[in-house]
Design a protein around this ligand. Sequence first.
Ligand SMILES: *Cc1c(COP(=O)(O)O)cnc(C)c1O
Length: 217
Amino acid sequence: MASVAENINQTKTQLPKGVTLVVVSKTQPNALIEAAYLSGQRVFGENRVQELVPKYEALPNDIAWHLIGHLQSNKVKYIAPFVALIHSVDSEKLLAEIDKQAARCNRKIEVLLQMYIAQEETKFGFDVEETALLLEKRSEFPNVNIVGLMGMATNTDDMIQVRKEFRGLGEFFKLMQEKYGQENFHTLSMGMSSDWQIAVEEGSTMIRIGSSIFKQV
Ligand SMILES: *Cc1c(COP(=O)(O)O)cnc(C)c1O
């Protein structure tokens, strides 16, 4: 059975240059996260604030913690002092709260706008018009850097459908990148254990992998 470190290295050898691996450590015990850390991994993703904060406090402080799941405005304050990237900004209200808490911490917080690309009813995120509008208004949130987009494909075995969704997001990302510049707008977070190879082919620059790294250990 492969170890966490072996699974991470195996994934990394398949990644093109310029694609960042976020190891999704939600529900995993600190001992396994430490094993990943010792293999050299420094970027970890969590989807719940109440799980992220104790892990941040217990684990090495050079870890870049990403919040990848739906975030409630009233919880932003707990992660604002340290979070490296918030992938899941899905409302203007949330963006405004992140801006406010970033100012209180005297820092700029990097975020991605989450876009709704799946054929599912319960997913969070903006559509194309809402995203474009919010980007136009970005100067209203001076303590936030909107550095890219995030999306999750439909949870299905139909990889043609998945590719179609990733392709749409990838093309829109490129358009926005042309408009706002590659230095400012550089991150496209798409792809999980089941679909990251397709996501990378469609332009992903950041994949979020949990189960395939922590399986079998
Ligand atoms: C859990 C989760 C992942 C990782 O999914 P796996 O299938 O375990 O790789 C990626 N993104 C988000 C938003 C998640 O909640």
